[in-house]
Design a protein around this ligand. Structure first.
Ligand code: ADP
Ligand code: MG
Length: 343
């Protein structure tokens, strides 16, 4: 009898590992393949960076609260974020769109208005794509090509013991924004007369609907002449993404609860929803902030940056990946993150 393994037994990362194990790179220009935020390709003077990300209706977005312009913007932004995570500059994108007959030409215009806005703000050109019909709702898949000099490329697997762990912006907002949107949707379904009360939550709702890739940080780090020793964008949640850096770099880490950046609105909303704010910061996904490590000697150069937070340091692998709580307990960090195949 043929055996059958459920995908959720492997999980998303297990499945990717399984796919990866069946392939080996043959091209000398393939410097880095599957494993990082983007692949690294040697083009002579510089490296090219290539990454792709897909957004599916019903999995990644719900059109009952996601405006089409925002969706277009987000599809580009999350791809640009992967180039930022390699310390690169995005240059070109291609967009594949799957549409069912629910969508009008005006709806497509709205999606592309958002795509245009993102292309303008990140200075990338839309250079191609593919258009197809879809039987299961809207599909948006974007690929992005970026560039970086060979000495400035930053990978996930190069963090060193004693490096300082940094994160930009604040965390957990996109997750709490999603909770607010889901609650409003449910209340609207129960009572369609009700108007959604979203203004009070505009910051976190915006974090969910229209995340902005932190290219600003990449330009500022370049101006300050700081090259991180490792970097990843926070798409699955701080815990999961820190674990990626640690496992690939073969190091451990300590982060401090009192140093974790959380916005006042995220904090208050998580308390109102009876969700532990720390859980929200550690495991809420889709913030698209940058998590990176720097050498101690570079601390002086960025210590006054208003939007970079120093949350801990890298330690030997055998010491584990730990959180020091406000009451000074040391707890091992576990990643919940986003697992699309979780039951
Ligand atoms: P990110 O969250 O930064 O977009 P992912 O966790 O989606 O990264 O992917 C991790 C790595 O696995 C990346 O290098 C990505 O290109 C690769 N990858 C993901 N899915 C597949 C797949 N189906 N086939 C080949 N490589 C994949
Ligand atoms: Mg990424």
């Amino acid at each position: 009898m043929e055996s059958r393994t459920e995908i959720n037994k492997l999980g998303e990362f297990g499945l990717i590992d399984r796919i990866k194990s069946g392939f080996s790179n043959k091209q000398p220009s393939t410097i880095l393949g599957i494993d990082d935020d983007a692949a690294i390709i040697d083009t002579g003077n510089n490296y090219h960076l290539l990454s792709t990300d897909m957004l599916l209706e019903g999995v990644h977005f719900d059109l009952s609260y996601m405006p089409l312009q925002h969706l277009g913007y987000k599809a580009i932004s999350v791809n640009v974020s992967d180039i930022a995570a390699m310390n690169g500059i995005p240059k070109q994108v291609t967009v594949c769109i799957g549409l069912s007959n629910r969508f009008s030409v005006e709806a497509v215009d709205a999606i592309y208005d958002g795509i245009r806005k993102a292309c303008e703000s990140f200075k990338v050109d839309l250079v191609g794509g593919d258009t197809t019909s879809s039987r299961s709702g809207l599909v948006l898949s974007v690929s992005v090509l970026g560039e970086v000099t060979k000495k400035e490329v930053v990978k996930r697997n190069t963090a060193k013991v004693k490096d300082i762990i940094c994160v930009t912006g604040d965390l957990g907002g996109a997750y709490m924004g999603l909770q607010v949107l889901e609650r409003e949707k449910q209340e609207f379904q129960e009572n369609p007369e009700m108007q959604p009360q979203l203004e009070a939550y505009s910051t976190i709702v915006g974090r969910q609907l229209k995340p902005v890739a932190r290219m600003d940080i990449i330009y500022e780090l370049a101006d300050l002449k700081v090259i991180p020793t490792s970097m990843i964008d926070v798409s699955d949640g701080l815990a999961s993404d820190l674990m990626h850096i640690c496992s690939q770099s073969e190091v451990g880490a300590v982060i401090y609860e009192d140093k974790l950046p959380i916005d006042q609105m995220t904090y208050q909303t998580s308390v109102d929803f009876k969700i532990d704010p720390v859980t929200c910061v550690l495991n809420g996904g889709e913030d698209y902030e940058l998590l990176f490590t720097i050498r101690q000697k570079d601390f002086e150069l960025i210590k006054n940056h208003p939007d970079i937070h120093f949350i801990g340091y890298v330690q030997e692998k055998n010491k584990g990946i730990n959180l020091v709580t406000k009451s000074e307990n040391v707890v091992a960090i576990q990643a919940q993150g986003w697992n699309h195949f979780k039951k």
